[in-house]
Design a protein around this ligand. Structure first.
Ligand code: ADP
Ligand code: MG
Length: 630
């Protein structure tokens, strides 16, 4: 063994830098976060050569006192927490007191700051040598702080080798900038690369201005296709924008989830979001969202990862449940809506009571007080949140359900060849007693046996008849399943499962849940269980695998939607086969009946495969097409 020696300060800091400073983008992240913590209302970023040559962040925040300048560059020195209690309820982005020391150990860093409004009272600091002694000199500058980082990794060749092309490094910088700009609307921000202004964003507090900022950062398409939501429930609040399922992406690259301002990637949250979208998203597509979750800081541990990309929730099951239910409900309400009077953004907001979330089943949020506002612009673009009441099953769908989940003959009467129930169907083809025209209007024709053309107040509606009917049928089957429960059948030869102790305990605890989903499980030994009964729908599925996966979910997330997922898949296929096919001639009353059903059906904006079911073209849009009224 060789002798033990204390590391140089610079070397120790360089080692620490390994954890948090891996490329220019991570430097930018730390610097912007410091500016936020300093209460800046304006943050300007200048970078050169993908940030490798220079990154400068200037803010108008509280500044650093002359006496603290040296400490700011020291490791384990912070103004943000003083004791363990502070750490457990930390509200600042930083608290480790390491960033500036780490960055300055692997670059040429200059810190300048002024806490007064007299420009000549500023100070500038640099740390030099192996011991990183800090040299201070006076400088003239306005109040606030500037950190300039030049020649990143000039003294750490191993790290420098991992740097990519300027363009790639800049893209990472840009992504950090976007995240931060999405995370704090009240701050003005700008980004300049090689002298060229890339972003310039004013502070924004009104919803419309925020949407404008999001459109600048993520594209107008997202905002045009987004549902705004704002839901509070016992200490939790979820706000933000989720894209309609039809506006999905092949990559998970437009997903922003903030927990108390901090953008994070979290397994529990990821699972909750996926689960909420599962029924409406085309297979393999990724949802798009910008969501803000606020929770008491003491309920979340942010000190689990050096760069703080991960968090841990004290009650992750409850958080999962809240996020899943809120998003599920918001997405379920996407259906046609009439034009609205105010030009406000459409929104979904609800205030939940204690009982509503703890209720079993998916209806908890549906019962919540829900406020919607309409929006012209998006009505023209297609699907908007509805103000329709939550009666999911239309009046013409009676409970004459059959074995396969109540997708019954009364259904066929309306869209079937006969049109027998013509009196009732006629009633759906006329304006209401108040002369009101329904959101999807009245059918005027059928095109090529595939599309229904209808006229509403705004103009033309085009409906994909099969896609729409498929969604309606599927939602009905699911409602019937919810109402009547899942039919189960005993296994002729029970399946025995060997599990770990922990898994068996979990499954035993969840036996009621399994039973409600059609599975009967029995524990026969500490590490062994028997499946005695399974749902009829899953007779041909791999019951053992399903149960194992559900137990894994329960252990990890506290909930599982796998069984329902499987059953829904089967219902979805049945709905697809049971729905009106292309080239089926429908009478006008039949078409109108379908339109009215769409207005009443949850998620009727997409078919079961996530394709859109209808679209609108307003008169104004048609006029534009024909260059009318110029
Ligand atoms: P941390 O943010 O974890 O406290 P840093 O190394 O990032 O650690 O910063 C050290 C200290 O320097 C901070 O606690 C803060 O007091 C001060 N500081 C850094 N950047 C700024 C800034 N832009 N404005 C004001 N103070 C700052
Ligand atoms: Mg910091």
């Amino acid at each position: 063994m060789t002798k033990i020696k204390k590391l140089d300060i610079r070397l120790a800091n360089q080692i620490a830098a390994g954890e948090v400073v891996d490329r220019p983008a991570s430097v930018l992240k730390e610097l912007i976060e410091n500016s936020f913590d300093a209460g800046a209302s304006q943050i300007d970023v200048e970078v050169e050569a993908g940030g490798v040559k220079r990154i400068l962040v200037r803010d108008n925040g509280c500044g650093i006192d002359h006496d603290d300048m040296a400490l700011a560059l020291d490791s384990h020195a912070t103004s943000k927490i003083y004791n363990l209690d502070d750490l457990e309820a930390v509200t600042t982005m930083g608290f480790r007191g390491e960033a500036l020391a780490s960055i300055s150990s692997v670059s040429r860093l200059t810190l300048s700051s002024n806490v007064t409004s007299q420009a000549e009272k500023g100070w500038q600091a640099q740390s030099v040598g192996r011991d990183m002694n800090v040299e201070l000199s006076p400088t003239a500058r306005p109040s606030g702080t500037t950190v300039e980082v030049e020649d990143l990794f000039f003294n750490t060749p191993a790290r420098r080798k991992f740097l990519r092309k300027e363009k790639t490094e800049f893209n990472h910088l840009d992504e950090v900038f976007r995240r931060n700009a999405l995370g704090s609307f009240s701050t003005g921000l700008s980004l300049t690369h090689n002298g060229k202004v890339i972003h310039s964003l004013r502070p924004c507090n009104e919803l419309l201005d925020r949407e404008r900022r999001i459109a600048k950062l993520l594209g107008q398409g997202f905002i045009d296709n987004a549902i705004h939501l704002d839901v509070e429930y016992s200490g939790y609040r979820l706000q933000g924008w989720v894209a309609q399922p039809t506006f999905s992406r092949s990559q998970a690259d437009m997903q922003y989830f903030f927990v108390n301002q901090r953008v994070i990637k979290d397994k529990v949250i990821g699972h909750a979001v996926r689960q909420a979208y599962r029924d409406v998203l085309f297979h393999g597509r990724q949802p798009v969202f910008v969501l803000y979750f606020s929770v008491d800081p003491s309920q979340v541990d942010v000190n689990v990862h050096p760069s703080k990309h991960e968090v841990r929730f004290r009650d992750s099951r409850q958080v999962h449940d809240f996020i899943y239910r809120t998003l599920h409900k918001a997405l379920a309400d996407v259906r046609p809506e009439g034009p609205s009077s105010d030009g406000d953004t459409k929104a979904y907001s609800a205030s939940l009571t204690e009982g509503q979330l703890s209720q079993q089943g998916s209806m908890a949020l549906a019962d919540a007080a829900v406020i919607y506002r309409g929006d012209h612009q998006r009505a023209a673009n297609g699907r908007v949140m509805s103000s329709a009441p939550n009666n999911r099953v239309g009046g013409n769908f009676s409970s004459t359900g059959t074995q396969n989940g109540g997708f019954s003959s009364s259904h066929q009467q309306l869209y079937g060849a006969g049109g027998q129930d013509s009196a009732a169907a006629e009633a759906l083809s006329r304006p209401g007693a108040d002369g009101e025209i329904p959101p999807l209007g009245f059918a005027i024709a059928q095109l090529k046996g595939i599309y229904i053309l209808a006229e509403n107040i705004e103009g033309l509606i085009v409906v994909d008849m099969h896609a729409a009917h498929e969604r309606i049928t599927y939602e009905r089957m699911k409602t019937a399943r919810d109402d009547r429960g899942i039919q189960a059948q005993p296994l002729l030869v029970p399946v025995s499962l060997s599990l770990s102790d922990k898994e068996a305990d979990c499954a035993e605890e969840a036996s009621e849940l399994f039973l409600s989903l059609g599975f009967e499980l029995q524990r026969v030994a500490s590490e062994s269980m028997i499946i005695r009964q399974i749902p009829v729908f899953l007779a041909s599925a791999d019951a053992e695998l399903l149960v194992r996966d559900v137990i894994a979910d329960l252990l990890q997330y506290g909930s599982s939607d796998r069984i329902l997922n499987h059953i829904d898949d089967i219902l979805s296929t049945m709905a697809c086969h049971g729905s009106v096919r292309a080239n089926r001639r429908l009478s006008l009353p039949e078409m109108n009946a379908l339109l009215r059903d769409m207005e009443r059906t949850e998620r009727s904006g997409q078919c079961n495969h996530g394709r859109p079911t209808w679209t609108a073209m307003s008169l104004a849009e048609l006029d534009k097409l024909f260059l009318r009224g110029r």
